[in-house]
Each structure stands twice: as C-alpha cells, then as structure tokens.
Design a protein around this ligand. Sequence first.
Ligand code: SIN
Length: 506
Amino acid sequence: MFNKVLYIKYHTTALKLGITAFKTIPFKSEKSFINGQWVSAQSGKNLDVFNPATGTLVGTVPDMNTADTQIAIDSASKAFETWKNTTAKERSQILRRWYSLMLENQNTIAEIMTAESGKSLQESNGEVIYGNSFVEWFSELARQVRGEVIPSSDRSKKILIHHQPIGVVGLITPWNFPHAMITRKASAALSVGCTVVVKPGEDTPLTAVEIMKCAEKAGFPPGVINLLTSSRENTAEIGRLLCKSPLVAGISFTGSTTVGKILYSQCAPGIKRIGLELGGNASFIVYKSANLDKAVEGALTSKFRNCGQTCVASNRFLIQADIFDAFVDKLVAKVKNLKIGNGFDEGTQIGPLINEAQLHKVSNFVEDAVSKGAKVLVGGKPASHIGKLFYEPTVLSNITSNMLVYSEEVFGPVISLIHFNTEEESLHIANSNDVGLASYFYSEDISQVFRVSHNLEVGMVGVNVGLISAAEAPFGGIKQSGLGREGSHLGIEDYTYIKYTCLGNL
Ligand code: SIN
C-alpha cells in the first residue's frame, strides 16, 4: 500500500537538501485486486516495474497467470448476477464517487504514471484528467440508456426494446495511456451493468493499482472490478483464457494490430463480442491555404504527445509543394527547441521511449529511411547522453514509399515529410494503406475542408487541430485499425445487447 509517511519524509528531505522534489516516487510494493481483496499471485511470483527514464526499480506487483485469471473470471461472473440488477442510479453514483476519488488523488496517480511510463508530469496530469473524464461521462450516461417501444402492425402486440449488459468483460489495455485506456473501457462497461477483469500493460501496472484503490473506496461490490497484473511472459496465456472462457462475454483490447488479430481469432469460436482499438498510420496534411503557424503547433501536438507513442499520432506529414519550405523551416525551428528529459524535471516535453524494443524499432526505422535516401533535418539518433531509452525528436525529408517510416506506424518521435502537388494526390497517399484510425489536415478553404474530411478513409479526422480525443467523441478506426467505438454515447454498444420482447394477445 502507498506509504504516506515515507512519501512526506522523502519530500521534506529532498527540499531540505535543496534538490528538486518529485524526482521519483517511494518504492511501491503492491498487490493485485480480485473479488474485493488485495491479493498476491497464486504462484507467489512478482513483476518488477522500472522507470524508463532512469532504469531504476520503482515497484513490484504480482505476476499473475491463468490460475489467477480463472479466479478473477469466476469472481466477476458471480458479481455479475447482482451488479446487472442494480439500478442505473446506483451504478451512476458509484462511478461518480470513483471519479471524485481519482480527482482527489490526481497528483499521486500522475507521479506514479510518470515514474513507470516516463511521460512528463504535466502529460501524466493531463492524462488523469482525460481518463477521469470518461468516468464522469459514463456516470452521467448510465441513467440515459433507454429502451424503445416500436409500433406494431398487429393491434394485439407490443414490441419492446431493452439494452442489457452482456456479462463479464475482459479489458486488455496498453502501457501508453496507463490510466485513460482502463477508465475509457471500464467506466462504459460498468455503467451498463457489466463486470470487468482488467489486464493492464506489463510496463505500467502501478497506475492500474492506483485506479483500483480508488475503485475500492468508491464502493464497487466485490468482483465487479478486478485487476490482473502480469509479466509479458504470462500475457498471451491470460489473453487466451479471457477470450476462450465461456464465462466471459466480451473482450475490449487496445494495442497492436498483430495482437488484435490473434484475440479476434481466439474470440471467434465463442462468437464473443470484441472491441478493438488497434494501430494507425495517421497522415497530417498541410494544404497551401493553411495557417502555417497553427499547422506547426498542431503537428507538434499530434506527433510528440507521449513521445509519439500514441495510436493516433501523426506518422506521415504530407505538405503541399507550394508551402513545403516555409512549413518545414517553421517546424524544424520548433522541434530543435523541444525539451527532452526526465518526466519529473520542470519543462520536460519529451520523455523516454517505454522500453528497449521500442527504442530499437524507432532507431531501425530511421536507419532504414536514411539508408534509402532520407535526409535528417533534425535529430536522427538516440539521445544516450540523457538516458538509455531516449531518442532525439527527429524530422526526416526526402521520404519515399519504400521506407518503413512511410508504410508502418513509427510509435516514436519521428516526423517524416512527404510533399505533394494536388489534393487528389494527398488523398491517394493518405488512403494508401490497410489501416484507418485518424487523420489530420490543415486548410482554410471551406470546400476543401468538407471534401477532404469526407474522402479520408479513417474513423477520426482532425481539421485544423492536432488533438481530437475527448470523452464525448467516438474514438475508433476502420480497416485494420479496429472495431467499435469508445467514449461518446456510442461507447456502451460494445457492452450491451439488444433484447427485443414481443408482448402478444393484448
Ligand atoms: C491511444 O493512443 O491508444 C489512445 C490515444 C488517445 O486516447 O488519444
């Protein structure tokens, strides 16, 4: 459990010694949360959690496996029998308390997130506010889920429609948004009467533990919300069991397209509900009518949030030939000034990549591009003088379609510049891939705004804006970027089924 005394002592000593406070957090030895209890793994094994900025050990959590998963599923299944019959008002009130508790604990959650994910404290605070907005949203929406009465053509019949909770849902969430991806899924599922088993990202389980502490205090009955922390080695087996168990009605996953496909196929034999938020390869198009200063600001936001490690991050920057040089000059000047460093340091804008695999991937992509003729305008290499997992914010030009940065999602701080001449050409490049999550474009030409937005083959479009995520908006993709929508009033659809009742002989 969180040791408040140690925490206060640490900060007082830090301040006395004149060193910046909040350089890290006190070591955290945590348990997982199943059936309303804080528990160790059945195997007794633990998983170490490291700070990617410094490589220091920040805590441990239970390393759970399928034995623990079965217990969590059983608990969630038992809890569903009563949770599904609670009133919408009761669920709304518990969700609202959860929201308030996370708001009260925002700083603590944000510090833990920075310690295990490396993102800046400012971004972590922003994520808790963002993640919490889903809990607030679904606490409000819970009471607005209504059925329908459809006029029957037979006078003696009435046709009723109800939305009912599907049952136990397995929520498999990633490390890049350790708070928001859990709350976005869990609050929607819980609001309509489902119970949940949450499997958080292996690199960032401590934030998930904090979320559960608030959930416990909010008063969710035992088994309604469960947490399975685990290492990478156990993750595939846990995922398989969640997909195959007859007690689990649905899965919601955010992560790579590769893993999404595996889970989709594992859900097929049971015809399980599945929501998939998978990879993207967002284009960021700047047309000649754009306001270039606004476009540069949007480019920085959409690319460098969380060090480029977001599925909606812009990947391919398509710039109309007429304004290419002017845009690139402005962009490069800004990128050169981005502050890279430890997320706890004042003013940090870019933290480390999450782990070595990510660092290698980004380095390989840049090396591949350079070997095929790309020009490095800024950055282009690891920032090893800051730490093992840091990579310099990078801008590449002379990009061609045979480079990995063109066709694959980078998931790192790399901007790849491609120039085009006509709107048709820009749309052709933007749409020429098998994923379709988000796309951004800048234009002051109103007809072009409608045309381009209509023709982009993606689930989400940002026009003259680099940040589109919001609790009120439907988040999700088309093509191989996924299935279903999260957030908004549509976010409950993955967790409810439609019950049609026919009343006859009236
Ligand atoms: C993601 O990258 O997985 C989610 C990003 C967001 O919610 O904005």
